[in-house]
Design a binder for this molecule. Sequence first.
Ligand SMILES: Cc1cc2nc3c(=O)[nH]c(=O)nc-3n(C[C@H](O)[C@H](O)[C@H](O)COP(=O)(O)O)c2cc1C
Length: 208
Amino acid sequence: MKVILVNGSAHKEGATYTALCEVEKTLREEGIETEIFHIGNKAINGCQSCGGCAKLHRCVINDCVNEFVDKAREADGFVFGSPVYYAAINGALSAFMDRAFYSGSYTAVFKHKVAAGVVNARRGGNSAAFDELNKYFFISQMVVPASSYWNMTHGYTPDDVRQDLEGLRTMRILARNIAWVLKCREAAEAAGIHPPVTEPLVLTNFVR
Ligand SMILES: Cc1cc2nc3c(=O)[nH]c(=O)nc-3n(C[C@H](O)[C@H](O)[C@H](O)COP(=O)(O)O)c2cc1C
């Protein structure tokens, strides 16, 4: 069982990474394979709403989003980490997730898999950003384990985050719950309990 932890910050080893590392360390202790995927510092185009992914089953812009979605096909779970910018997830991660989830939806890359968001702010805006991350998971029929608090840490630097003992505890509890849900999922499959078949799509694009 594998979990990909996406670091949405421009800082490869910054505060968000430090929070993700606490999740990763605990996942490994639980016997879960992990990989940290840094979205990097290059510009990430927003979704162009071209509809190309409906035909190609990947984004027409061939960058780190497609690289991630290819890896995501093989993964069982995800943790998306975001620094908080203006009480929201950061712009690059927003563009990344719009395109990953939209293009990935055509081949059910995320459906019925496990996901959690983690946010880090210097001071405020964490819960609004956390809500944003969860919206991608809920529209994708993902299973979203919780922790003992909303999944957030505070700090401007990695060292600040290391001092946020409550935040780090939240990360570890989250990781153990992710591992438990992954193991339950595997046991369910072995027992012949499969995810439900989704009803045919109905799009009501306007209200009469
Ligand atoms: C454009 C921008 C906007 C920011 N907005 C907020 C904010 O709304 N609230 C806050 O507490 N910190 C804010 N910060 C601080 C970041 O949350 C902080 O630098 C980041 O979480 C550190 O994590 P990182 O090292 O992984 O990037 C902002 C930083 C930037 C660059």
